[in-house]
Design a protein around this ligand. Structure first.
Ligand SMILES: [Zn+2]
Length: 219
């Protein structure tokens, strides 16, 4: 199955994407992670991308399209994939149509995770990240045992610059403005199913299985 997943930053779409990945045995392709990886390795794409990410802005289309195109051609995507964070605008959506067309593939499903923006602001501005092992905490919902220290490796936790409240609000506005027309495009094609981003974590698997069921039965 070839799936796209949409949802504002902090909607929990990453959790859902990983679940679907395990269920269907397909890779999750997360443009945010791919970009952060380029940044940490200091590649040409990474250095360019960092300037935009630090300001809470979206990375230019050419860079992201290049990354995604290369990724989709790897052999592990032949049985399907779940794309998280792409396409974010109509230009990227056109690029995805072209890439998939050239590969003789079509999209099966577009998931849209819907959540109240204020919940997102609270979730993200309280998020802390371990720069050493990558563990993620939330100071209110999932705090480390010792204040600001990673349970796993003992490193001091940091707040990522794009999780600061004012940056989160800007990211939400940018997301809303840019993604709306893309979602409308996929709604017109009859591909979109909504899932809720504000349900308790233990109910997520059941909801995900529910939405995938018709597709799994079809195969
Ligand atoms: Zn750690």
């Amino acid at each position: 199955m070839r799936i796209l997943i949409f949802g504002p930053p902090g909607s929990g779409k990453g959790t859902r994407a990983r679940l679907i990945s395990r269920l269907l045995k397909i890779p999750v392709i997360t443009t945010g992670d791919m970009l952060r990886d380029e940044v940490s390795r200091g590649t040409e794409i990474g250095l360019k991308a960092k300037e935009y990410m630090d300001r809470g802005e979206l990375v230019p289309d050419e860079l992201v399209i290049r990354l995604v195109e290369e990724r989709l051609h790897r052999p592990d995507c032949s049985g399907g994939f779940i794309l998280d964070g792409f396409p974010r605008n109509l230009r990227q959506a056109e690029a995805l149509d072209r890439i998939l067309g050239e590969m003789g593939m079509e999209l099966d499903l577009v998931l849209n995770v819907v959540v109240d923006p204020e919940i997102v602001v609270e979730r993200l501005s309280l998020r802390r990240w371990c720069p050493k092992c990558g563990a993620i905490y939330n100071l209110k919902y999932d705090p480390p045992k010792v204040d600001e220290i990673c349970d796993e490796c003992g490193a001091r936790l940091i707040q990522r610059s794009d999780d600061r409240e004012e940056v989160v609000r800007r990211r939400l506005r940018v997301y809303e403005e840019q993604t709306k027309p893309v979602l409308e495009l996929y709604i017109e094609r009859g591909l979109v199913r909504e899932i809720r981003g504000d349900i308790p974590i233990e109910e997520i698997p059941r909801e995900v299985e529910e939405v995938l069921k018709p597709y799994l039965e079809r195969d």
